[in-house]
Design a protein around this ligand. Structure first.
Ligand code: OKP
Ligand code: ZN
Length: 339
C-alpha cells in the first residue's frame, strides 16, 4: 500500500511578513519572529518525506469576524493600510485611565496592543489573514480519513485577545480554526497549547464558553511573558467555569517533567470527550531557545506527538513559536510522532 502523507498547509504570504525590530529593555533588537522561520519549516517539511505540502486556499474572513471584535479588526486593517513601506507601528503610550474611548491614532495603539513586540506594517493585515487562512484550511480538511494535519501558521496567533494584539501575534489562528470546526458541525473542540508562553489570547476568547476546552502548558507567568495570566486559578467564568486549565511550569523543565504534565492534560482532554483537538504547537520549549527556559530536545518532540496521538481523535497542529535554527527539525520530529 502506498505510504500516506500528512497534509501540511502553508501560504507564501507568510514569507512577506518581515518585522525588523523588537523594542525591549530600551533597545532596538532584531525581531526573532523572522521570515527565516517560515523557510526553516518549509525546507524541513519538504525534506522530511512524510508530508504533502499544499497551499492554503480557504478565505478565513467569516471566522476572523466571529472571533475578533469589529473595532479591533478595523483598527488593525486601517493602521496596516496607513503604514508606509518600511514603517513599523508600535505603541508609544500606555493607557493610564479606565476609559478606552479615544479617537487619536497614537492613543489607539495603546488600546489595541499590549506590548512593544508586535509592529504593524503595511502588509500586516493581509499576512495575518493569510495565516488565519492556513489554520482554517487545515480545520476544514480534518476528517476521519485525514486525522492529522499540520498548518504552518505564521505569524503565530495564541497571544491575541478578542480585541487586542501582542506577543508577535495579530489574529488568533487557533480560535479562528476552532470556530470553523464548530460551524462545520463539530460539537466539542479541545485546544491544547504547548508553546513555551501562556496562550493568553486563546484563554481570553473562550473563557466564558463551554463548547471549547482550553488546556495550556507553559512557563510560569510569575517569571515569564505574558506575565498577567496563565495561573492555575484561572479556570473559566460563568458557564465556561471548568473549561480552562493552566499548567504553569518552572524554569528548567525537562523532557520527563514535561511528559508528566502532558499526560495529565491529555487525561483531562480525554474525559471532556472532544471530537477534535487543535494543538497550538510552539517549539520555544527547546533547550536552546533564546526566548525559552525549558530543556526539551528534538527527539522528545516526536514522543510528545505520539502521546497526543493516543487521544485517537482528529488533530490539527498549528504553528506558534520556536526561535532557533533547529525549528524545522523540531516541527518534523513532532509530526513524526503522529505517523
Ligand atoms: C510569542 B510566542 C523580550 C522578550 C520578548 C516576547 C515573546 C513572544 C512569544 N526580549 N518576548 O508565544 O512564541
Ligand atoms: Zn512562545
Amino acid at each position: 500500500m502506498a505510504e500516506k502523507f500528512i497534509p501540511a498547509f502553508y501560504h507564501p504570504l507568510s514569507a512577506e511578513h518581515n518585522p525588523k525590530f523588537e523594542f525591549s529593555s530600551g533597545d532596538k533588537n532584531p525581531h526573532l519572529e523572522s521570515r527565516e522561520r517560515y523557510f526553516l519549516i518549509m525546507n524541513a517539511l519538504k525534506e522530511s518525506g512524510i508530508v504533502n505540502t499544499q497551499m492554503a486556499g480557504i478565505d478565513a474572513t467569516t471566522w476572523i469576524y466571529k472571533i475578533h471584535a469589529l473595532k479591533y479588526l478595523k483598527y488593525l486593517e486601517e493602521t496596516s493600510k496607513s503604514a508606509v513601506e518600511g514603517q513599523e507601528i508600535i505603541p508609544e503610550t500606555f493607557n493610564y485611565s479606565k476609559s478606552n474611548h479615544v479617537k487619536n491614532n497614537i492613543a489607539k495603539r495603546a488600546i489595541y496592543c499590549f506590548d512593544t513586540y508586535t509592529p504593524i506594517m503595511n502588509n500586516t493585515f493581509v499576512v495575518a489573514c493569510a495565516s488565519a487562512s492556513v489554520a482554517v484550511t487545515g480545520a476544514v480538511n480534518l476528517s476521519e480519513k485525514e486525522p492529522v494535519i499540520y498548518a504552518l501558521t505564521r505569524p503565530p496567533g495564541h497571544h491575541v485577545l478578542k480585541d487586542r494584539m501582542g506577543g508577535m501575534c495579530y489574529l488568533n489562528n487557533a480560535s479562528i480554526a476552532t470556530q470553523a470546526l464548530l460551524d462545520k458541525g463539530v460539537k466539542k473542540v479541545a485546544i491544547l497549547d504547548i508553546d513555551y508562553h501562556h496562550g493568553n489570547g486563546t484563554q481570553d476568547i473562550f473563557y466564558d464558553r463551554n463548547d471549547v476546552l482550553v488546556v495550556n502548558i507553559h512557563s510560569d507567568p510569575e517569571f515569564e511573558f505574558p506575565y498577567f495570566s496563565g495561573n492555575k486559578k484561572e479556570i473559566g467564568r460563568g458557564k465556561g467555569k471548568g473549561f480552562n486549565m493552566n499548567f504553569p511550569l518552572p524554569k528548567g523543565t525537562t523532557n520527563e517533567e514535561y511528559d508528566n504534565v502532558l499526560g495529565k492534560s491529555l487525561e483531562i482532554i480525554d474525559s471532556y470527550k472532544p471530537e477534535c483537538v487543535i494543538v497550538s504547537a510552539g517549539f520555544d520549549t527547546y533547550y536552546s531557545d533564546p526566548f525559552g527556559g525549558f530543556k526539551l530536545t528534538t527527539d522528545h518532540y516526536r514522543q510528545l506527538g505520539q502521546q497526543i496521538k493516543s487521544l485517537r481523535i482528529p488533530t490539527l497542529i498549528l504553528q506558534e513559536g520556536g526561535y532557533t535554527q533547529f525549528l524545522g527539525r523540531n516541527v518534523v520530529s513532532f509530526i513524526k510522532g503522529f505517523k
